[in-house]
Design a protein. Structure first.
Length: 88
């Protein structure tokens, strides 16, 4: 039974190497890149300050203590930061 297994493995490896010798082009696979751009970026999110909805790709990011906030503009972000620092 083990003999048969070894024979099978050796045979398989031989078959594989034979294949690569005979068809070297088969190993070169084309890099097909399907970049259907902008699918995830079109998520609408809410500005926590002015409560306006806007696409996430236009967002201004701000990270406070591991929480990420998204704002429609830098002005909103700055106001939010000012408000945060006022509270503490
Ligand atoms: Zn805003």
């Amino acid at each position: 039974m083990i003999k048969f297994l070894i024979l099978f493995v050796v045979g398989y490896l031989l078959y594989r190497s034979m294949k690569t010798w005979m068809f070297p082009d088969a190993r070169q696979k084309k890099n097909v890149s399907n970049n259907a751009g902008g699918q995830i970026d079109d998520v609408m999110i809410k500005d926590p300050l002015c409560e306006a909805y806007f696409p996430q790709r236009n967002a201004v990011n701000l990270e406070i203590n591991g929480n990420v906030y998204y704002f429609c503009s830098k002005a909103c972000r700055d106001k939010f930061v000012a408000r945060q620092s006022d509270e503490t």
